[in-house]
Ligand binder design. Structure first.
Ligand SMILES: Cc1cc2nc3c(=O)[nH]c(=O)nc-3n(C[C@H](O)[C@H](O)[C@H](O)COP(=O)(O)OP(=O)(O)OC[C@H]3O[C@@H](n4cnc5c(N)ncnc54)[C@H](O)[C@@H]3O)c2cc1C
Length: 325
C-alpha cells in the first residue's frame, strides 16, 4: 500500500478458520476449577443503595418452556463487598438507571455509539458509497481470497495529527474491498439509552429505549476527511479518480454495525463521565463497570480485545483494593 500524507495505512487479514475462541490452557486456572461460583438463569433486578454504595443485589429467576411466555419464578439477594456491572453497553446503563446510581449529571446512558456503515447505494452497481479510489490508481491490488485468508484489505485511517488538526473522528476508508464505508461516530451526548415507559413481561421493570443519533458535526467531519483523502491521493497521482459520494447519500444508506459503546463513559469527574480511570462509578466506593460502555470515544477497531484487557486491569485493581490476589 502506498503512503498517503495525513493517513495511517494498514493491511488487515480476516481468517476463515482461525476465529478467536475461548480456550482452556494447560496449567491455567479456569472458572470450573476456581472459587468462582456461577449462577445461571439469574437476572440482576436491583442494586440497593446505602450511603451511596451498593449494599446488596436483588436477582430474579424466570421459568418458561419454548413457546410459553416466561414468568418470574422467584428472587434472591446477594451481598458483596464489591460489585462489577458487566451486562453490555446497553444494559449497563439500564441497570444504573433502574437503581439510580451515577446519574448526578445526566451522563448515564449518554454518548451511546455504534459503528455506522454506509452501504452500497441501490442502483449503483460499480460504485460504492465509500470514498472510493479507482483500483490500480496507486498501484494497489486487491488480493482477494486465497488459502485460509478470507480477505486481505488495505485501509486508510486518518492519523493522529490529522484527527487533532481537523477535530474530526476517524473513518476507515476501505480501498478496494467491499467498498462499504466504516464510520466512527463522534461522541454526542444526546445519543442515549434511557428507560422506556413500557415494562418487560417477566420482571415488570422499565424496558430500554435507544435513541441512536449522529452528532450534528458528522457532515462536516465527513467532508473534511474525504476532502483530505482526495487531496492526498492527487498528490501521489494527479490523474487519479476519487469518487466521493455526497453526505446525503451516505446518511441515507447507513446501517448499524453492532459494537455498542459509550453510555457509562470514563471521565475526569462526575461532570463529564460516569466511571473514573479505575472504572469505579463516581460517588460510590464499591461499584465498578466493565465492558465497552466505558469508552469515551469510539475507536474503529472491534472492541472485544480491549474489553478483555480493561477487565484484567480492573481485576488487578480490585485485588489490590481488597488486599487479595
Ligand atoms: C453482530 C455483532 C458482531 C460483532 N462482531 C465483533 C467482532 O468481530 N469483534 C469484536 O471484537 N467484537 C464484536 N462485536 C462486539 C462484541 O460482541 C461486544 O463488544 C462484546 O460481546 C461485549 O462484551 P461484554 O462482556 O461487555 O458484553 P456482552 O457480551 O453483551 O455480555 C453481557 C452479558 O450480560 C448479560 N446481562 C445483561 N443484563 C443482565 C442482567 N440484568 N442480569 C444478568 N445478566 C445480564 C447478557 O445476557 C450477556 O450475557 C460484535 C457485536 C455484534 C452485535
Amino acid at each position: 500500500m502506498p503512503e498517503l500524507e495525513g493517513f495511517d495505512v494498514d493491511m488487515y487479514q480476516f481468517f476463515n478458520d482461525h476465529q478467536f475462541q475461548a480456550r482452556l490452557l494447560d496449567g491455567e486456572s479456569t472458572i470450573g476449577n476456581s472459587d468462582v461460583r456461577v449462577i445461571l438463569n439469574a437476572s440482576l433486578l436491583d442494586m440497593t443503595k446505602v450511603s451511596s454504595n451498593v449494599s446488596e443485589l436483588t436477582v430474579g429467576v424466570m421459568q418458561g418452556d419454548n413457546g410459553v411466555t416466561p414468568t418470574m419464578l422467584g428472587e434472591f439477594n446477594i451481598d458483596s463487598e464489591v460489585v462489577v456491572l458487566a451486562c453490555g453497553a446497553v444494559a449497563n446503563a439500564r441497570q444504573l438507571l433502574l437503581s439510580d446510581f451515577g446519574d448526578t449529571n445526566d451522563n448515564v446512558g449518554a454518548y451511546f455509539m455504534c459503528h455506522p456503515i454506509a452501504t452500497k447505494t441501490p442502483g449503483f452497481d460499480a460504485v460504492n458509497v465509500a470514498p472510493r479510489l479507482e483500483q490500480g490508481v496507486l498501484g494497489y491490488r486487491n488480493v482477494g481470497q486465497f488459502s485460509n485468508i478470507y480477505a486481505l484489505k488495505g485501509v486508510y485511517t486518518p492519523n493522529e495529527a490529522t484527527t487533532l488538526e481537523l477535530e474530526t473522528g476517524r473513518c476507515w476508508l476501505d480501498n478496494g474491498g467491499s467498498g462499504d464505508f466504516y464510520h466512527e461516530m463522534l461522541p454526542w451526548k444526546e445519543s442515549r439509552i434511557s428507560l422506556a415507559d413500557t415494562k418487560d413481561e417477566v420482571f415488570k421493570q422499565a424496558q430500554t429505549q435507544i435513541d441512536w443519533q449522529l452528532s450534528p458535526n458528522s457532515e462536516a467531519n465527513y467532508n473534511s476527511l474525504t476532502g483530505l483523502y482526495r487531496e492526498s491521493v492527487l498528490k501521489v497521482n494527479s490523474t487519479a479518480t476519487v469518487t466521493i459520494q455526497p453526505w446525503a447519500d451516505v446518511q441515507k444508506n447507513m446501517v448499524v454495525n453492532g459494537h455498542h459503546l459509550g453510555t457509562t463513559r470514563m471521565g475526569w469527574s462526575a461532570e463529564d463521565g460516569v466511571v473514573d480511570s479505575n472504572l469505579k462509578v463516581f460517588g460510590t466506593d464499591n461499584l465498578y463497570v466493565a465492558g465497552s460502555s466505558i469508552w469515551a470515544s469510539a475507536g474503529i477497531s472491534n472492541p472485544t480485545f480491549s474489553i478483555i484487557t480493561f477487565s484484567i486491569r480492573l481485576a488487578d485493581h480490585i485485588g489490590e483494593t481488597l488486599g487479595k490476589e
